[in-house]
Ligand binder design. Structure first.
Ligand code: Q46
Ligand code: ZN
Length: 297
C-alpha cells in the first residue's frame, strides 16, 4: 500500500478516515489533529505556560513530545503514586524523557498512606481514589506555580468510554462536565485541556513507536477490574465491525452539547481553601493528614 499523501510506502492504516500514511506523513497527521483540537476549543497559544500531567505512559509522553515539537511552552508534572515498582519505573521513564529533551519536570509525592490503603480504608475502588488524589495535586501544583493551563493525555478511547459509562448510568452531572476543555471558574482552579481527544489509542501507540519514545508498558497493578476497560473493549469491538463508530459517538456528543455548561456554585474547602461544591473537598475528606506535596525541580 502507498501513502495517500506522498506516494511512499505506507506504514499505518487509519481505517476511520480510509487513509494509508507513511511514517513521515503519519507524524504530520498526528500533529495536525492536535493543532485542530487546540484551535477548535481555543485551548492555548504559544505564549501560554502549559503544565502537562505526565504519568510515563504513552499518552502523556506523546502529548508532551508533540507540544514541544510544535513550539509550545510545556513543563511536566509527575506524581509519584507510590504503587511499588510500577511507580519507580514510571518516574524513571518520565525523568529520562525530560532530561533527554532538556525540559522542566516537577515531581510531587502522593500521600504516604498510599492509594491501595486509602481505597481499602474507605472501601472504594483504587482508581477512583487515585483520580481524586491526581486531580487535586495537578490543580494545586499548576495554581501554585503560576501555570495557565493543565494538559492531560486523555485520548479518543478514554473520552468515548467515559461517555458510554456516563450515558449508561445517566450521570447528568458528569455528562455536563465532560469536555476537552474546562475553563477556570475560580482563581484557585486552573483551566484544563485534553489536546489528544481526536486521536485513538492505536494512533498514539503508532506515534510513540515511530518517534522512538520510551514509555512504561506495564499496566498499573491496581487497574485490575477497572470498568473503563470493559467499555473500551466494547467500543473496540464495535469499531472493528464498523470503523468510525468511536469518532461518530464522541464527536456527535460534542456537537450536540455545544458550549452549554452551567457552572456550579463553588465554595472554599474548610481545610485547604481550594474550591469544592461541599464544605470539605474530596481530597481533604480522603486524606487524614495534611497534604504533603514535596516539589522537586
Ligand atoms: S494509576 Fe491510578 Fe491509573 Fe493505577 S490506580 Fe487506577 S487510576 S490504574 S491511570
Ligand atoms: Zn481541601
Amino acid at each position: 500500500m502507498k501513502c495517500r499523501w506522498c506516494g511512499e510506502k505506507a506504514a499505518m492504516e487509519i481505517p476511520h478516515s480510509r487513509l494509508y500514511l507513511c511514517r513521515r506523513c503519519f507524524i504530520e497527521y498526528f500533529g495536525t489533529q492536535v493543532e485542530r483540537a487546540i484551535l477548535q476549543f481555543g485551548m492555548f497559544d504559544r505564549n501560554t505556560r502549559i503544565l502537562v500531567a505526565v504519568s510515563g505512559g504513552k499518552d502523556s509522553l506523546s502529548l508532551w513530545d508533540i507540544l514541544i515539537k510544535k513550539g509550545y511552552r510545556a513543563s511536566g508534572l509527575h506524581i509519584n503514586l507510590k504503587i511499588g515498582d510500577y511507580s519507580e519505573k514510571s518516574m524513571e521513564v518520565t525523568r529520562d524523557f525530560a532530561s533527554a529533551n532538556g525540559l522542566e519536570l516537577i515531581i510531587v509525592d502522593a500521600p504516604d498512606e498510599g492509594i491501595a490503603h486509602m481505597a481499602k480504608r474507605i472501601r472504594r475502588n483504587p482508581c477512583s481514589i487515585c483520580g481524586i488524589v491526581k486531580r487535586y495535586i495537578f490543580n494545586k501544583v499548576a495554581v501554585e506555580n503560576g501555570f495557565d493551563v493543565l494538559a492531560t493525555g486523555h485520548n479518543l478511547d478514554d473520552e468515548a468510554s467515559r461517555l458510554m459509562a456516563n450515558i449508561l448510568r445517566w450521570q447528568d452531572d458528569m455528562l455536563r462536565r465532560q469536555s476537552p476543555l474546562l475553563e477556570a471558574t475560580h482563581p484557585k482552579l486552573v483551566k484544563k485541556v485534553r489536546p489528544l481527544f481526536r486521536l485513538t489509542e492505536r494512533e498514539i501507540a503508532a506515534y510513540v513507536f515511530m518517534r522512538n519514545i520510551k514509555y512504561i508498558i506495564d499496566e498499573c497493578p491496581l487497574s485490575e477490574g477497572a470498568t473503563t476497560l470493559i467499555y473500551k473493549d466494547l467500543l473496540n469491538h464495535l469499531e472493528s465491525r464498523m470503523p468510525g463508530t468511536k469518532h461518530a459517538f464522541y464527536f456527535g456528543f460534542l456537537k450536540r452539547k455545544g458550549s452549554e455548561r452551567k457552572d456550579e456554585v463553588l465554595k472554599e474547602c474548610s481545610t485547604c481553601g481550594y474550591p469544592t461544591t461541599s464544605d470539605s473537598c474530596s481530597y481533604c475528606s480522603l486524606v487524614r493528614n495534611s497534604p504533603h506535596t514535596k516539589v522537586q525541580k
